[in-house]
Design a protein around this ligand. Structure first.
Ligand SMILES: Nc1ncnc2c1ncn2[C@@H]1O[C@H](COP(=O)(O)OP(=O)(O)OP(=O)(O)O)[C@@H](O)[C@H]1O
Ligand SMILES: [Mg+2]
Length: 406
């Protein structure tokens, strides 16, 4: 990752790519890696494929927001790939930029006729690529809802309380339909925190993806009185398959405006799949040495996954507290500014937890509910200070068919 990608972005400022996924299809490994590096350095998520077939598989799985296709692709030719991307529901509207190494205008024309929006001549200037991509994406309606992953730096730091209250604050803010997903293991808590009964079928959802139509998904959600929907996948069973989890979440964020996931505190493969997909990872910690040390380790783990500081929001929960570490020391250890500081409201939170009514509903004027509402505002802001436009529902993907084809 480039030094720029590691630069901590202040909370409220989102890098230009805003976590959008770009598929780079090129037989040139070095050039592909370099392009992906430039894109990642500017906040995109990039997947590189060396053949047309590989690119198509990745497109079906990840539903990229844009594609950069080298016209020299072999096997499945670049024009075949572009046509297939245009024909696929996931990528029909995604901007495609063709890369040409040839002076032959006929090659570029074939790419444009197949459905590419634009072309660039190789060797590509980083600035030109970024500018063309940003323009192409700006002309394209925003497709994906925001995916916010809440992770605990260790067990018991309050990840579930934060996730539930954040989701409700977002729902109250009128930013669209919010889905709260519980994948925390070994045991989730959102059913208790929201006082809802998990749909018995939800635990089976990941195992049944292959037999479901997208329209069936709503049947696995549990409605909450606030209008929030919950999908309670947690349970003591085996860890979910990362690929199934990734496909499910990628689909959910395309059909929901906002998806908040309680990911628990295990840094395992399912959590890695979610972190890679998430627009923002909220890392919850408390002002105690074990939680801070684990948060530091978690930041390192996220960095190795390619989830840089620009996408991570450390949230200090239960602060201040008697004997707890000071905020400045914690920021020093993490090397990142805190994105939120939530009060230690023992009585209020115990009341809320035991009644199954999040504070955002029972005590919206309390200091803690206001702090969570401010956090909800800052994690949905984009560079320039404006609020992210409410994502639109565009495609209801037949993700199951895609999964079985993948
Ligand atoms: N801001 C807060 N003020 C006071 N108490 C809090 C706060 N946040 C959480 N708690 C307390 O911490 C307990 C654990 O919170 P929560 O279940 O959200 O933690 P967790 O990190 O999700 O734990 P687990 O690892 O079990 O999933 C809550 O039941 C509540 O008593
Ligand atoms: Mg929890």
């Amino acid at each position: 990752m480039s030094a720029e990608a590691r630069r901590p972005a202040p909370v409220g400022e989102w890098p230009v790519g805003r976590g959008r996924r770009v598929l780079v299809a090129t037989p040139e490994c070095t050039a592909g890696a370099a392009l992906a590096g430039v894109l990642r350095g500017h906040g995109y998520r990039a997947t590189v494929a060396a053949t047309g077939a590989e690119a198509l598989r990745a497109a079906r799985l990840e539903a990229p927001d844009a594609a950069v296709v080298d016209l020299e692709l072999a096997g499945m030719s670049a024009t075949e790939l572009i046509r297939a991307l245009r024909a696929g529901e996931e990528t029909a509207a995604a901007p495609i930029i063709a890369l040409s190494t040839s002076a032959d205008a006929a090659q570029r024309l074939a790419g444009l006729r197949a459905g590419a929006n634009d072309y660039l001549m190789a060797p590509v200037s980083d600035q030109e690529l970024l500018a063309r991509l940003a323009t192409a994406l700006a002309l394209c309606p925003q497709k994906a809802g925001l995916l916010l992953l809440v992770l605990g730096s260790k067990g018991g730091v309050g990840a579930s309380v934060v996730a539930a209250n954040l989701a409700l604050a977002l729902q109250h803010a009128g930013r669209g339909q919010v889905l709260l997903v519980d994948v925390a293991r070994p045991q989730g808590a959102l059913d208790v925190l929201l006082n809802v009964r998990p749909s018995g079928a939800a635990a089976q959802l990941l195992g049944r993806l292959g037999e479901l139509e997208p329209g069936d998904l709503g049947g696995f959600f549990t409605p909450h009185a606030s209008g929030l929907q919950a999908l309670l996948l947690e349970g003591a069973g085996p860890a979910p398959q990362p690929e199934a989890l990734r496909s499910l979440l990628a689909t959910l964020r395309q059909v929901q405006d906002l998806v908040v996931v309680d990911g628990g505190s295990l840094l395992d493969e399912p959590a890695a799949a979610l972190a890679e997909l998430a627009d923002r990872v909220l890392l919850v910690l408390t002002p105690e040495i074990p939680a801070v040390r684990n948060a530091k380790r978690c930041l390192q783990w996220l960095g190795e996954l390619g989830v840089g500081p620009g996408r991570v929001v450390p949230v200090l929960n239960r602060y201040p507290q008697p004997g707890g570490l000071p905020r400045g020391d914690i920021e020093g250890v993490l090397g990142l500014p805190l994105g939120g500081c939530l009060a230690n409201e023992v009585r209020l939170v115990a009341y809320s937890v035991n009644r199954g009514v999040p504070l955002a509903a029972s005590h919206p004027q309390s200091g803690l509910a206001r702090q969570v509402a401010a956090l909800a505002g800052s994690v949905t802001q984009v560079a320039g200070g404006g609020e992210a436009p409410a994502p639109r529902l565009l495609l209801r993907l037949p993700f199951v068919r895609r999964l079985s084809q993948a």
